[in-house]
Design a protein around this ligand. Structure first.
Ligand code: NAD
Ligand code: 0WE
Length: 258
């Protein structure tokens, strides 16, 4: 039923085997999609090598650098998509970044640079990638991004990332409205806390996970695979009527008031 054969899917945000994007890539692959993977290049090419080895079993037909803060690199990545595939069907936006200093202490201490960095990488990047994808999604398409409850409620220490996620969720709505007539759908998954490279760098993440395990209706957190399966659904013909939405994959935590 969930069939993505013949679909070309570009996945951003894989850093290691704990990345949510890795969970998504695996489920898209299992559903039969043709994968393209982007990575954030570093000085020594260490991350490139790690990600290349990780994704090898999924046999991506495209593997390109894409730092969303580098306009030329983003343009080059989509030129490669155009040359190698001719058409794009699925875009997974699964990246965020804020300065570590801005993810603790008083929110009001955030500097202009820190604010701009978080919003640039974590929110503007969706607009930028959708603009590049738009002319390539000639047979319609599906864009999925990752957000967090800290974009709609105050979560201690999430701070400037909360503002970035609020902007990201509103980007989803404006982009869905603009791209809908071209049958391109844009949705977000709001995932519960998961141990990843990004979340593990944050103090107290384990306590937050334990809190969710006590409060969430399902009495547990979610896995990268569960987020991946929801992403596959949002990219498939099972969800053709859904656009502009934020779908919570959080074991039900969001509904709880006390
Ligand atoms: P992760 O560290 O595995 O992924 C973050 C990715 O962002 C990395 O692959 C990194 O290379 C990439 N990135 C950072 N700056 C970039 C740039 N300038 N250009 C291109 N890529 C860049 O962590 P994750 O938890 O899998 O995060 C993926 C997404 O999921 C993020 O949007 C995050 O906000 C969201 N999310 C995470 C959780 C969680 O608890 N882990 C919960 C809800 C939402
Ligand atoms: O979106 C995220 C992670 C965002 C993130 C994390 C880091 C850590 C390392 C963005 N930038 C950085 N920069 C770094 O230098 N999550 C939803 C996971 C997360 O992060 C939190 C959380 C949760 C949950 C930060 C504070 C409180 C809770």
């Amino acid at each position: 039923m969930l069939d993505l054969t013949g679909k070309n899917a570009l996945v951003t945000g894989i850093a290691n085997n704990r990345s949510i994007a890795w969970g998504i890539a695996q489920q898209l692959h299992q559903a039969g999609a043709n994968l393209g993977v982007t990575y954030l290049p570093d000085d020594k090419g260490k991350l490139e090598k790690k990600v290349a080895e990780l994704v090898e079993p999924l046999q991506p037909s495209l593997f390109v650098p894409c730092d969303v803060q580098n306009d030329e690199q983003v343009a080059a990545a989509f030129e490669t998509v155009q040359e190698k595939w001719g058409r794009l069907d699925i875009l997974i936006h699964c990246l965020a970044f804020a300065s570590r200093d801005d993810l603790s202490g008083d929110f009001s201490n955030v500097s202009r640079d820190g604010f701009n960095l978080a919003l640039d990488v974590s929110a503007y990047s969706l607009v930028q990638l959708c603009r590049a994808a738009k002319p390539l999604m000639t047979e319609g398409g599906s864009v999925v991004t990752l957000t967090y409850l800290g974009g709609v409620r105050v979560i201690p220490n999430y701070n400037v990332m909360g503002i970035a996620k609020a902007a990201l969720e509103m980007n989803v709505k404006y982009l869905a409205a603009e791209l809908g007539p071209q049958n391109i759908r844009v949705n977000a998954i709001s995932a519960g806390p998961i141990r990843t490279l990004a979340s593990s760098a944050v103090g107290g993440i384990l306590d937050m996970i334990h809190h969710v395990e006590e409060i969430a209706p399902l009495r547990r957190t979610v896995t990268q695979t569960e987020v991946g399966n929801t992403a596959a659904f949002l990219c498939s013909d099972l969800s053709t009527g859904i656009t502009g939405q934020v779908l919570y994959v959080d074991a039900g935590y969001e509904i709880m008031g006390m």
